[in-house]
Design a protein around this ligand. Sequence first.
Ligand code: ATP
Ligand code: MG
Length: 429
Amino acid sequence: MSKSLQAIRGMNDILPEQTPLWRYFEGTVARLLDNYGYRQIRMPIVEFTELFKRSIGEVTDIVEKEMYTFDDRNGDSLTLRPEGTAACVRAVLEHGITGGGQVQKLWYVGPMFRHERPQKGRYRQFHQIGLEVFNLEGPDIDAELIVMTWRLWGELGLRDAVKLELNSLGTSESRGRYREALVEFLSAHVDKLDEDSQRRMKTNPLRVLDTKNPETQAILVDAPKMADYLDEESRAHFEGLKARLDAVGIPYVINPKLVRGLDYYSKTVFEWVTDKLGAQGTVCAGGRYDGLVEQMGGKPTPGVGFAMGIERLVLMLEALDKVPEELSRQVDVYLCAFGEAAELAALSLSERVRDQLPNLRLQVNAGAGSFKSQFKKADKSGALYALILGDDELAQQVVGFKPLRGQGEQQSIAWDALAAHLATCVVQG
Ligand code: ATP
Ligand code: MG
């Protein structure tokens, strides 16, 4: 196929074999969020470029080199969203739903776009489920976010495979003091830092802590620690969070180097990481951003949120063999009909059955075919039962009912009794 007719590198089709697992994952998360009182918001995929520059920060990796930015036909600079928080903050400001101090607990799901080097667990179009909470400043809500994800890992069977890392970045004042100390330390070792870190030291020094370069990491062992610069308020907030996690029994490790790639974080930052996915180990990440709304032109509004990467969690479910058995079967019953008169009867019978059993997954054979070929299709569909309607059944107003997996003889069931019979043998979702 010519290159221009292929999908763009790093942007994937999610094929029908994979979508049941995606829907299971997204459905599980959506139900959980409903139960904790979060409401869904849907934002556009494209925003003005300025929005991301202002919120994420000019000298972050995302804004410096990962955004899909283009001019539209009016000459406006637009960008495919690389994450959801910026657009969510824009939306609450635009609609005035946080300005009076109203608490908003919002979540969203959808594609995000970053021009990164594609590899397992890292794509150029990827999908996140994220949430943002506005106007709650205490550690109780930070804890709720983490407790909720802990419950999610439990429901998915992933608890043993993830680890929680925590840090506090303090208020912007204490972070400022820490930044000065860090820059002083880095300046004293500047000739031993990798090139990237030398550059970051000037633009965004906290990000140097995030380096993957082993030599720079070795130097950082002696670097000043944020924990020693935390102001009293942030320290109390962090203690409040830890006490709540302890109360629920959620294990965590404090990672003083956890700074996150986006500029807007303050106080709590956290990541759920796994060693089951190679280098792409972070499956959920977030934190508090008390200054962001004001920075974007709103009233001072505390905020906290996280986002998880759906591709990485789907990969994890597969790698750890946690794909629920029932996802492999998408059809309960397959109806075969032979001859035109039987086909007409089969269609109206199937519609009556659907009226009575709205959740039944009933597939009616299309494209006619011999007894042998329809049976082959019934079997291949994964259905538990085949229904058979030929001239004889038509004359007697019955269908043949044949178990396709395991035990049981074929029997005849009257049309009027079919729905009731199916209700007893098919567990309906
Ligand atoms: P990483 O350190 O892996 O690049 P990040 O800090 O850039 O992640 P965030 O912006 O915090 O990631 O996004 C939250 C989550 O979204 C990540 O923890 C990850 O699960 C997922 N994610 C981020 N970028 C990608 C990507 N390019 N492909 C797939 N998933 C991604
Ligand atoms: Mg990244």
